[in-house]
Design a binder for this molecule. Structure first.
Ligand SMILES: Cc1cc2nc3c(=O)[nH]c(=O)nc-3n(C[C@H](O)[C@H](O)[C@H](O)COP(=O)(O)OP(=O)(O)OC[C@H]3O[C@@H](n4cnc5c(N)ncnc54)[C@H](O)[C@@H]3O)c2cc1C
Length: 465
């Protein structure tokens, strides 16, 4: 009997028919956001509890069956792409917000809860889950943990790792490791949650999370600022961080041609400046916060750290500005467009982007297009490259060379926040040395000796002896 048939026979009575999808119920599902293809796996299990996840993994492990975990499928590193031979394990029915403790400021949620639902549940208690990203409506907190997601609050609160106090994960052999710590401090042995956070589903399937909550700032000050050169951008960031006394939440940077593209209908600030910054500060004293924000911007103008500024007067204006920054889809219209997510020191950004531009021009002349934007305050840029009208798979390797190779010399990374997945594994050596990669492989072998969990993601596993 083939493996998939045997798994269906064994697991359907255990999990219930609702938890098992095959045929058109699987192949009718989009393979991911911004993708035009569909899920190709033969079987999709969607257990509604941890015991179900454990049963699926145990049964697959016994047969050496590869399992690919699906969260909200908003990941941008091809980590959740399955083949016809794979079994998919979806967390979509692990969707309960189990507990919110407003006094100790923690919430316990199942891994398939969409980020936005968790955020809204915390806000009902006057608290915030400080993780936030453009895909908030579709991505899951389990996927956020698995990818150690970043987003738009990293400058102030850190990445997903910093918002997670404890978690529960199921290992490849079905062992459930509940490490649901709720405290800020717990140095009793290894911090096991850190093994799973950012491991992209290669070491275990995350099923529950204890998330740290923080006081919800009631006020929000947002401005769009224009700079004439990169020195101004660097000095402006330092000025805002210093002047706003820890209140700066976001410092998003857009290169001129990205700004021009997304403001083609209506530009809130004149086009023609070299850089545009979307800066946001939050606090709890609206009048005082507003006064301070405006004063700090006024000082920045007097010190020649910016050329023009627009301070939002309403939530609608704020949403409009964030809508521009998050309107990445406009850059993806060309068939060859590829999005990159690199990390590098702020001081290297200008020269790095120029170098990438030169390399692309050498390869494709005037056919090459490059848009740059991102979380510059976190040292994280997104580059979108369109190299003529050829499809992605024809140009990908040459484009990747242009973008990734210059990172090695400046100590950058091929993934700031999206992860490595299948897409970037051949470039891992640009930012990780052989000893680091070997240690990762040894950890994989120890936790998943048969290599069934998201195989081939991040690096190729070494076979067990
Ligand atoms: C519009 C848009 C904006 C975005 N902005 C940001 C941003 O600002 N910052 C950022 O970091 N990312 C961003 N992303 C990328 C993406 O949203 C994140 O990577 C997100 O964390 C993925 O969550 P998901 O639930 O969709 O995971 P999926 O896409 O389903 O999976 C991603 C990876 O995690 C694994 N995985 C998923 N769930 C689990 C689990 N429970 N246990 C173990 N492994 C699991 C999958 O196998 C896969 O390898 C953006 C994406 C889009 C489309």
């Amino acid at each position: 009997m083939n493996i998939h048939r045997a798994l269906l026979d064994q697991l359907t009575p255990l999990l219930g028919a609702d938890a098992v999808l095959t045929g058109a119920d699987v192949s009718g599902r989009a393979a991911g956001i911004w993708r035009k293809d569909f899920v190709t796996a033969a079987v999709l299990f969607r257990p509604a509890n941890v015991a179900g996840v454990a049963a699926v993994l145990k049964a697959c492990n016994e047969r050496g069956q590869a399992v690919v975990t699906h969260g909200g499928l908003t990941g941008l590193a091809e980590g959740a792409l399955a083949t016809v031979d794979d079994v998919v394990l979806s967390t979509e029915r692990l969707n309960q917000i189990e507990h919110i403790d407003p006094v100790n400021r923690v919430m316990r949620v199942q891994a398939g809860v969409p980020l936005q639902r968790a955020q809204e549940a915390a806000e009902k208690h006057g608290l915030q889950l400080a993780l936030d990203l453009g895909a908030r409506g579709s991505c899951t907190v389990g996927g956020n943990a698995a990818t150690n997601a970043g987003g738009i609050n990293v400058l102030r609160y850190g990445m997903a790792r910093e918002q997670i106090l404890g978690l529960e994960a199921v290992l490849a052999d079905g062992t459930v490791v509940s490490s649901l710590n709720q405290m800020l401090k717990n140095n009793a042995g290894y911090d096991l949650k850190q093994l799973f956070i950012g491991s992209e589903g290669t070491l275990g399937v995350i099923t529950r999370l204890v998330l740290r909550l923080r006081p919800l700032p009631t006020g929000r000050e947002t401005a769009l600022l224009a700079c004439k050169n990169f020195e101004q951008v660097v000095a402006l960031l330092a000025h805002l961080e210093g002047g706003l006394g820890g209140g700066l939440h976001a410092f998003e940077l857009m290169w001129r041609n990205f700004y021009e593209l997304v403001t083609v209908d209506r530009a809130p600030l004149d086009t023609g400046h070299a850089y545009y910054v979307l800066a946001e500060a939050r606090g709890n004293d609206r009048d005082a916060d507003h006064e301070r924000f405006v004063n700090v911007l006024h000082q920045a103008t007097q010190c020649h750290l910016l050329e023009d500024a627009l301070v939002c007067k309403s939530e609608a204006e704020r949403n409009e500005l964030w809508g521009l920054r998050e309107n990445v889809e406009l850059t993806l219209e060309s068939a060859s467009a590829i999005i990159f997510d690199v990390s590098l020191p702020l001081t290297e950004m200008e020269a790095y982007v120029q170098q990438v531009e030169q390399r692309l021009t050498r390869e494709w002349g005037g056919q090459a297009r490059l848009w740059v934007f991102g979380h510059a305050g976190d040292g994280n840029l997104h580059l979108v490259v369109a190299a003529g009208n050829q499809p992605q798979d024809v140009v990908r390797e040459r484009v990747e060379r242009c973008v990734y190779e210059p990172l090695q010399k400046i100590g950058g990374s091929v993934s700031a926040e999206h992860g490595v997945g299948l897409e970037k594994k051949k470039w891992l050596h640009v930012c990780r040395n052989p000893a680091e990669i070997e240690l990762m492989q040894r950890m994989k072998l120890a936790l998943d000796p048969r290599g069934i969990l998201n195989p081939g993601r991040i690096f190729d596993s070494v076979p067990a002896e």
